[in-house]
Each structure stands twice: as C-alpha cells, then as structure tokens.
Design a protein around this ligand. Structure first.
Ligand code: SF4
Length: 375
C-alpha cells in the first residue's frame, strides 16, 4: 500500500467521557439510518472482502436509490436513498448470496455488529474471517467499535481502532500493550470480550480507558510461541481510487467482471479498492481507466461528507464544489483535506487533516487539525 496510508499509531489516549446511557445508532444491514434522501443501509465487509455478485447487488440497489455505492472511512459499503422494502430486499438478496468464509451477510442473515478491517494483502483474511464468525449476530457489541488486523505493514495500524493487532501485538485505543499472540483473531477477540466486560454502556475503548480493558485480557488467547511472521503477498495486485469512495454502476460492473475472472476484491478504510490475483494487471487498469483513479491523483488525499442535497444540514453541494476545485487545480495536495457542508464535520479522518467547512454565507473556511476530531 502507498506509504501515506501508514501511520505509527503511537498516540496515547485516556478515558474521555462518562458512561453512555443510550445504545449507538450505527446503521447496518437490517438497522437503517433515516437520512434526508431515504434509508441508509451499511454493510461491513470482513476485512474489506466483497464478492462479484454482492457488488452487483449493492450497485443495483444504490442505482435504484439514486446515489453511487459508497466506501466509508471504515471500509464499509453504504447504500443511500432506499425505501424500507428495498432495504429489506437488498439484505435478503445478500443473505441468499452468502458463500465462502467472508460474506457480507451469512446464511442466517447475520452481519457484523462492528467494523473489522484488515490489511488488504490477504495475509490476515483467514484471521478476519475467524473473528467475524465469532462476532456475527452479537447484540452486545457496539457498532462504533473498530477492530483492525494489521499484517505488519502498518497500513491499518494507524486508524485509531479500539482494538488493533499489528504484527501479532495488541494495541488498545492507540495505547500499545505488552500482549502478543501468534493467533491475531484470538487476541483481538480476547480484547473485545474484555472491553465488553467493563464497558457499562460505553461505545469505544477510549471511553473506559485502555488500562481497564487490558486488565481483563488474560488467558483466552495463545501466547506468542514464536514471533508472528506474515508470509509474502502476491504480486498481481493493484489499488485503484474511486473518487470520494463513490463506485458508480459502470465501475461496479467492471470490478465484478474482474472478480468473476478470478480477481480478489478488497475495499479499504482509505476508500480505495485493492484488486489481488489479477490475471493481467495492465488490461484490468485499462478497463478501469476513466472510471476510477488508477495512478497518482489529487483525489487520493481528498474526502468529503455527503453534503447537499442528500444531507439537509449542509450549506452547500460539497461534492460538486470539491469536483470543481479539483478541476481548477485548487484542491488535492500532500495534506489530506476533508470537505464538509457544516460544522458537524462528519467523517473527518484521523491524523493531520485540513477540514474545509461550508458556511451559511456560501463560502468555505479551512481549519487544520492535528488529530482525530470525531470519536
Ligand atoms: S458534516 Fe454536516 S453537511 Fe456534512 S453530512 Fe455531516 S451534518 Fe451533513
């Protein structure tokens, strides 16, 4: 993965809030968020995995809803503008498509209760699937919880996840620990169970403190009998960048065709699609050229909230404004920039970022932030 996706993850955090008194309202396959443009359904791929037929189903539903299929900052896939019946039909279609170790929904229709991201190299696919199997359908896991399995490259270790296992070592809410295992799924699950024991309504590890969680992580995972060593990744891998994580119908069709031909698809928390095991990398990129960014691009450091007209709070058409700014050469530099339609700044990524905020008078103001602003 590009070096700018990698972070040292060395930030320290302490407990930041009192115990929550309400459950989180994160949407899922069956629980939707009512947005201005209709129901929003979110699907959490297991380590970014999505199959060809799943992608086609999601794309068809997104088209019906009037919006592109979206990749979120947690590597989830999001469909907007649905009616309740259409959302039910989509979930049911995905349930019927269930196959392999990492379907979006399993044969019982169960999705993941929280996000499980993994390095897209494939080295931790089996661990992600094992962890997902232990979490599916659970109602005691808050949707805000983020779990990251990193293969040692650091590509998902800097996401500020509640539970990170990187190179076999456990980090809790950016606090490195001395716990390690040669079984990343077991170690992550032990940490999740420990958090559930002490959370008392909290949504995230930082809310109760990493130390309290760590004190309960004992005896349920195999010790590090030998140093964790990921094996080498395959060579026929390419990464492409849909602008703002939007996968339109034509792009979804090409990606699904490539998957039918043997490619393995992984969506990432940095809103890209990694294609592994490509039979012909040049031919694949040629098919995707013009649909997504296939090389260096100003869009690789840009993100945006949904904005108007799909969000009623937005002061402006954020994504349209951003596209015009990119075309004019006024956006897209080394510092990540996140454009938003109001001061809520939804989806602001972790790490240093320029938040470009729409204001009621139609102008934008820019605020440079040094770290995470949305829990
Ligand atoms: S930042 Fe404001 S305009 Fe953008 S999605 Fe959030 S609430 Fe809507």
């Amino acid at each position: 993965m590009p070096a700018d996706h990698r972070h040292d993850g060395a930030r320290q955090r302490t407990a930041v809030s009192a115990v929550r008194t309400v459950p989180d309202a994160c949407p899922g396959a069956w629980r939707r968020h009512d947005a201005a443009d209709g129901a929003l359904a979110r699907f959490r791929p297991v380590g970014g995995a999505v199959g060809a037929d799943e992608l086609r189903a999601l794309s068809r539903a997104a088209t019906t809803g009037g919006s592109p299929l979206e990749i979120t900052s947690r590597g989830s896939l999001q469909v907007r503008g649905l009616t309740a019946d259409a959302a039910d039909a989509l979930a049911e279609e995905l349930r019927a498509l269930s196959s392999g170790p990492a379907p979006l929904l399993d044969a019982q229709g169960r999705d993941l209760p929280c996000s499980v991201v993994a390095s897209p190299s494939g080295l931790l696919d089996a661990a992600a699937a094992t962890l997902a199997g232990a979490l599916r359908g659970r109602t005691d896991v808050p949707g805000r919880l983020l779990v990251a399995l990193d293969d040692g490259t650091g590509d998902v270790a800097g996401l500020g996840a509640d539970v990170t296992v990187a190179g076999g070592r456990l980090t809790l809410a950016d606090t490195p620990t001395d716990r390690a295992s040669d079984d990343p799924a077991a170690l992550a699950l032990a940490a999740i169970e420990a958090f559930l024991e002490v959370r008392d309504g909290a949504w995230r590890v930082a809310e109760v403190g990493a130390d309290r969680v760590l004190s309960r992580v004992t005896g349920r995972y195999r010790s590090l009998s030998e140093r964790y060593r990921p094996v080498g990744a395959g060579a026929a891998t390419r990464e492409v960048t849909p602008r703002l994580g939007e996968i339109d119908t034509a792009t979804a069709a090409v990606l699904a065709d490539l998957a039918d031909a043997g490619a393995v698809l992984r969506v990432t928390p940095w809103r890209t699609v990694v294609l592994r095991d490509l039979a012909d990398t040049d031919a694949a990129l040629a098919r995707l050229d013009g649909l997504v960014e296939t090389g260096p691009s100003p869009w690789s450091t840009l993100s945006a909230c949904v904005g108007a007209p799909r969000c009623a709070r937005s002061h402006t058409d954020v994504r349209g404004d951003l596209a015009r700014a990119v075309a004019a050469g006024r956006a897209g530099g080394l510092l990540p920039a996140h454009w938003v339609g109001c001061s809520r700044a939804c989806g602001t990524p972790a790490g240093p970022v320029a938040v470009v905020e729409g204001t009621p008078d139609g102008t934008y103001r820019t605020i440079v932030r040094a770290g995470r602003v949305t829990p």
